[in-house]
Design a binder for this molecule. Structure first.
Ligand SMILES: C[S@@+](CC[C@H](N)C(=O)[O-])C[C@H]1O[C@@H](n2cnc3c(N)ncnc32)[C@H](O)[C@@H]1O
Length: 228
């Protein structure tokens, strides 16, 4: 399968069965045990990022690009905390849902600014670029180009999360739970931390903070890197 296929499958998935599934997981309604575990794990990743940014001071000074924003799980609390957020996702349905959640949470529709966009076509310059749990959709050979592009948009900091390859076997056993039944059409790619760090370093960034969230069904390694 080539990368274009991967990308159109991911887009199609997050506009159909994947949308229904992830909207529920990233919500607060009733879900099954596996989905609840993933919801809790993902929330820990979101909280960790919010904690790092808040610990560094006033968020109202920051412009943030949330690349692959999903339903706005991170973008919305960042905007609530005062940051100017530019959020985008390849899936129209995810962006529509994110806009609806923003109206509900903030009663406004100008922050975050949402856009339907493939992150590899994003342009602009932002203090901080964040990309959470998107690399799972990128094969090894496309990871370098994708992270390098995000680095080119970041003035001072980039935060990325990915499923670490060390958990590969465990995840393989559980992968059916991520994409069950007829929607099992997207592939999940793990990445070696040393490979991700190498790309960040090559683009002039060095890792400042790191964290690992591990629940029964959710694995996410989080790195924050700043310009050297
Ligand atoms: C697992 S969700 C994570 C969403 C969000 N970052 C979060 O943590 O709540 C992955 C998201 O990445 C989006 N995505 C995948 N490939 C993308 C691409 N090339 N450009 C933009 N968004 C992409 C999907 O549509 C989906 O909304």
């Amino acid at each position: 399968m080539n990368v274009a296929d991967d990308k159109s499958i991911v887009k199609e998935y997050f506009n159909s069965t994947g949308f229904d599934r992830w909207k529920r997981i990233y919500g607060d309604g009733e879900v099954n045990k596996v989905q609840l575990d993933i919801r809790n794990g993902h929330q820990q990743t979101v909280d960790k990022v919010l904690g790092w940014l808040k610990a560094d001071g006033n968020l109202s000074e920051l412009s943030i690009c949330d690349a692959g924003c999903g339903v706005g799980s991170l973008s919305i609390p960042l905007a609530v905390a005062g940051a100017k957020v530019y959020a985008s996702d390849i899936s129209e349905k995810m962006v529509e849902e994110a806009k609806a959640r923003t109206l509900h949470a903030l009663n406004n529709n100008d922050n975050p600014t949402f856009m339907v966009q493939d992150l590899e076509h994003l342009s602009g310059s932002y203090d901080t670029v964040i990309c959470l749990d998107v690399l799972i959709h990128y094969p090894q050979e496309k990871m370098d180009e994708m992270i390098s592009h995000l680095c080119s948009l970041a003035q001072s900091r980039i935060i990325v999360s990915f499923a670490p390859k060390t958990c590969f076997l465990t995840i393989l056993k559980k992968i059916g739970s991520f994409f069950p039944g007829p929607s099992k059409t997207t592939r999940a790619y793990m990445h070696r931390e040393t490979d991700v760090v190498k790309v960040l370093e090559k683009n002039g960034f060095s890792v400042q903070r790191e964290s690992m969230t591990r629940t029964s069904f959710y694995f996410s390694r989080l790195l924050e890197a700043t310009r050297k």
